[in-house]
Every structure is written in C-alpha cells, then in structure tokens.
Design a protein around this ligand. Structure first.
Ligand SMILES: [Zn+2]
Ligand SMILES: [Zn+2]
Length: 148
C-alpha cells in the first residue's frame, strides 16, 4: 500500500510545523480586505484542505487563534507572527493554509482569484509585467524558512 503524499509546512521561526495530505481541495488567491490586513500583503494565497487532512506536528501550543469575525478564526505563531491557518463556519469541513508556508516542490498552483472585486486598488492586476528586482539582504533565512 502506498502512503498518501503529503506536504510539510511551518511558520517563519519553525516552532509551528504541520503536514497536509495531497491533493488539497483547491488553491486560490484571496483578495479580501480581511486577509490583506491580517497578513500585511496585497493578497493571500490559500490552500483549502479537508480539516482531517492537516496535522499539526509541533507547536500547537504556540499557535494563537484570533476570531477575526463571527464566523472565522485565524491562527498565527505567537513567536514569529506568521499567519498560517484560517477556519470559518462557512466551510466547516475545511481548513485553509497559506501556500507560502508550505515547503518544497509540491507543485500546487493557484487556480483562481477569490474576492476579485475587493482587490487592492494599488496592486497592478492588469496583467502588465512589472520589472523584477533582486536586492540583497532584505531578510535572512529563518530556521523554518528553508525548503525541506
Ligand atoms: Zn513561528
Ligand atoms: Zn480572504
């Protein structure tokens, strides 16, 4: 019997480690204002898993759960601040995990833009290519930041 493939993930500091069974249900960019504010980012890319498909392997005591609305809870590492999990009564059988916190070459790619009408006006979503820059030392690799 072949073991089901999984993907490992962690927060920035590595205190919170988890594993998700592949394949997930979906992968999507979320452009809602709540995600934007919670993560300090132009959008957040989520991977939707069945709740039972995600196992927290370490650091569950380090996770802080924040009720961001009557329906939703966002969980983050209280040590490094990484926002990792989203749960909502709207999707009671799912847990949403940030794609950016998954490690390795899992092959997961976004399939959709969610809440497109709420997207940040300052982000360039027209499809125009922006120039890329690669300055040194914006940040250094943390313990949980390396692919493994
Ligand atoms: Zn952490
Ligand atoms: Zn959102």
């Amino acid at each position: 019997m072949t073991a089901q493939p999984t993907v490992a993930g962690s927060c920035l500091c590595g205190a919170v480690r988890f594993r998700g069974a592949l394949p997930p249900k979906w992968v999507a960019h979320c452009h809602c204002s709540m995600c934007r504010r919670a993560h300090g980012a132009g959008f957040v890319t989520w991977v939707g898993f069945d709740r039972a498909a995600v196992t927290i392997e370490s650091g569950s005591e380090t996770l802080t759960r924040y009720a961001s609305s009557a329906q939703a809870t966002r969980s983050f590492c209280s040590r490094c601040g990484s926002m990792i999990f989203f749960e909502s009564g709207h999707w009671p059988d799912e847990i949403h995990v940030t794609l950016a916190n998954l490690h390795g070459s899992h092959g997961l790619v976004p399939q959709a833009h969610a809440y497109w009408s709420s997207r940040a006006s300052w982000a360039d979503w027209s499809g125009t290519e922006l120039p890329t820059v690669d300055p040194p030392d914006h940040d250094t690799d943390a313990q949980g930041g390396s692919d493994a």
